[in-house]
Design a protein around this ligand. Structure first.
Ligand code: THU
Length: 162
């Protein structure tokens, strides 16, 4: 028997002013995107802003539906919109932030597995790890260089690639 271990590294910042200009701008854009969330069922609002290789910023927010599974998370709204509108541009950075109508979110909230899987496709497709910035409504900011830090054993096999 042997063990396979993979390390995850998240850098933790206590204030938005500790971030570089681009990261700070993206987090601010993600916070603006929170206000476009349509979440009358969960009352949990998620905003996402991503920056493409060409510098363009694309935003997304969670969009819910009365038929619950028909809704979509903010990260996938943003990244699919980027893929549809800028099909040849790699995603460099994604900032994600949240706000609840019911409680104060004082810690970063990790993206769900389906979003991480969808995001991983863009890393693989463009062979470029993306920087991911997470913050709750307030509190610490986590930054990871690449999805491997969130999904160290992510689903991928070159054989399935078209
Ligand atoms: N949600 C996101 O937007 N991103 C995630 O990664 C997880 C959850 C949304 C979906 C739903 O509208 C609300 O948060 C509560 O689950």
């Amino acid at each position: 028997m042997s063990e396979i271990r993979r390390e995850s590294i998240l850098k933790c910042y206590t204030d938005i002013n500790q971030l570089n200009d681009t990261d700070r701008l993206l987090l601010e854009e993600a916070k603006k995107a929170v206000d476009t969330s349509y979440a009358p069922y969960s009352n949990f609002h998620v905003g996402c802003a991503l920056q493409l290789n060409n510098g363009v910023i694309v935003k997304g927010s969670n969009q819910e539906n009365i038929a619950y599974p028909s809704g979509l998370c903010a990260e996938r709204v943003a990244i699919f919109s980027a893929g549809a509108n800028y099909p040849n541009e790699a995603v460099k950075i994604m900032a994600i932030t949240v706000k609840s109508d019911k409680f104060k979110v004082i810690e970063p909230i990790m993206s769900c597995g389906a979003c991480l899987q969808s995001m991983s496709e863009y890393e693989m497709r463009f062979k470029k790890p993306m920087r991911i910035i997470l913050q709750g409504e307030t509190g610490d900011i986590y930054i990871a260089e690449g999805l491997k830090n969130f999904m160290p054993f992510m689903f991928w096999t070159d054989e399935l690639k078209g």
